[in-house]
Design a binder for this molecule. Structure first.
Ligand SMILES: CC(C)(COP(=O)(O)OP(=O)(O)OC[C@H]1O[C@@H](n2cnc3c(N)ncnc32)[C@H](O)[C@@H]1OP(=O)(O)O)[C@@H](O)C(=O)NCCC(=O)NCCS
Length: 255
């Protein structure tokens, strides 16, 4: 049999080159597809982040009469910085990168004085005014367009496990120094007065004040009609009784 070693070798080499070229084209196509997908995801993420930043800045513009312009808000409002850091740490937390998530939130706490646990769930347009001393727990949930002032705690009582922190509805305002403790809900459009300590559910459209907090207004109408100023004085009532008794006794003695 006539065997041309050179021709056979050439054919094999050509086959190999052809296959390699085909594989390279396939890989190139896959790479291009991956790059395209990554670009789409990146573009979506950048758009979402831009949208979130816009909402956060807009929330301050609408609710802080002292805010002058967007640049000032973006660069100088510690509440806004804390929320940006939260958005990053929350994404890391969802991706189960717990250490980096916590690292970001602790760095943000160092710079802003605001501690937001990366596991908390926060809606659009949160405004944290002044901010120092604000603490938001891991299982806290905050609806859209809420306002928190300095010194607010959305915390647990230490008695619950699992969901331990409160849920704020939409448009809720929590005044400076107020503590909302426990896994209950604060209804939409409700206001928590400064320095109140809320230990149970507050219905929507309510104003809650005091320690422990009680609802004093519902849709702007007083809920408690008791007059706390013109109340009977028990001491003067007793004195009146005694005066009356003495008069009776004097009358009896005089005959
Ligand atoms: C509670 C608050 C939101 C007002 O809400 P509102 O629905 O308009 O209620 P009103 O002002 O009509 O007050 C309702 C009652 O609660 C009382 N009240 C208001 N704030 C209170 C407070 N912090 N602690 C105790 N009682 C309070 C009012 O005296 C009034 O009492 P009355 O029923 O005997 O008249 C407001 O007083 C407040 O605390 N805002 C917090 C703002 C803040 O933290 N600012 C810091 C900026 S640096």
């Amino acid at each position: 049999m006539d065997f041309d070693f050179e021709v056979e070798f050439k054919d094999k080499a050509m086959d190999l080159v052809k296959k390699a070229a085909q594989n390279a084209v396939k890989l190139g196509k896959k790479g291009a597809k991956l790059a395209e997908n990554a670009a789409v995801v990146l573009a979506k993420t950048v758009k979402a982040i831009k949208e979130e930043i816009k909402n956060d800045v807009e929330a301050v513009k609408q609710r802080d009469p002292a805010a002058k312009n967007g640049v000032e808000i973006l660069l100088l409002y510690s509440g806004v910085h804390a929320i940006f850091a939260y958005r990053v740490s929350h994404k890391l937390y969802i991706g189960k990168h717990y250490f980096s998530a916590r690292l970001v939130s602790q760095l943000a706490k160092f710079f802003t004085g605001i501690e937001i646990h990366p596991g908390a769930t926060i809606g659009k347009g949160l405004f944290i005014d002044h901010g120092t001393g604000v603490v938001i727990g891991e299982t806290a949930e905050i609806g859209d367009n809420c306002t928190l002032y300095q010194g607010v705690t959305l915390g647990g009582t230490g008695k619950d496990v699992g969901k331990r922190h409160p849920t704020l509805g939409n448009n809720v305002m929590v005044g400076s120094g107020a503590k909302v403790l426990g896994p209950f809900k604060i209804g939409d459009n409700s206001k928590i007065a400064s320095n109140a300590v809320v230990l149970e559910e507050i219905p929507p459209d309510s104003t809650a004040v005091g320690i422990p907090a009680r609802v004093v207004r519902r849709k702007g109408v007083k809920t408690d009609n008791m007059d706390q100023i013109h109340i009977p004085d028990p001491v003067s009532q007793e004195l009146c009784k005694l005066e009356h008794r003495i008069a009776m006794l004097e009358k009896e003695i005089k005959g």
